[in-house]
Ligand binder design. Sequence first.
Ligand code: ZN
Length: 287
Amino acid sequence: MTIMGKREIRISIFYTDLYVWDFMRRKAFLESFLKQANDFYGKYKLRIDPFPFPWDYTLYKNAFVLSTGKGFQPDVNQDQLAADMRADTADRAALQQKLADPNLTVGERAELVRQGQELDKRAQGRIWQGSTSNGEYDLRLALGKRFASDKTLKSREAEFRKTPRLVIVFCEFVSLQVHSQTSLDAIGMYIDALSQSERKRYAAYKKPVPAFEQSFVIIDISGASWHTLAHEIAHGNGHAHPTSSYGGYYDGPQESIYNYFSSGMDPSKVVLEDADLKSLENAYFVR
Ligand SMILES: [Zn+2]
């Protein structure tokens, strides 16, 4: 708590690649997101602090841009998964047709059977792909590596442990022309801290457990606004939407930060209800 009585929402903002970093700096998108999100949170004596250390272009770029090439894209709406599985189905049908040919030689048949086994293996892999389509695993790995390797972040390790920050990752979600049937049109997501069951699942797939275990937020730059940032941060108090269909639209009064209907509203009109504010004040990244 500061003397002014304003509590700080402490965040660290990462970018999956240089394009995302430039995009958020161009036209001062990030600045305006932060300004409007603070217009909203300011009404509740909260203020977002996005600076884990004093601003410096090179230090920030080195610490927070996760890839200098094409960065990782979460497939939150499962467009890629659906496209891959459509291709699997087509390959399977083509293979079956070939296998129905009575004139196949023994060698040709054996080769087609081998291809069938490859397809089975691919289908198995889709289970993993689908269960981590929001990018949780890959991003945890990348964040863990970055915290362990970047000099500036490493030098603040003890401080981050004492006063943790919520990690926000700006990125581009996969978006294909053909959307998956499971598409939620999501533009942001709050991902809970690594659970025991996720840890077990990683072990079952023989995947190393990522070093980055705390909760984090992913935000798709192509659709995001100040509201996406403020909304996902507000999930940090443990708030979950009603699980019914269109749950986000039935979540509290329509002007609540949790309600999707409030996404086009002015920050001054959007509200955080008393109980939600109290629990947010107790979130691990609020001081
Ligand atoms: Zn939400």
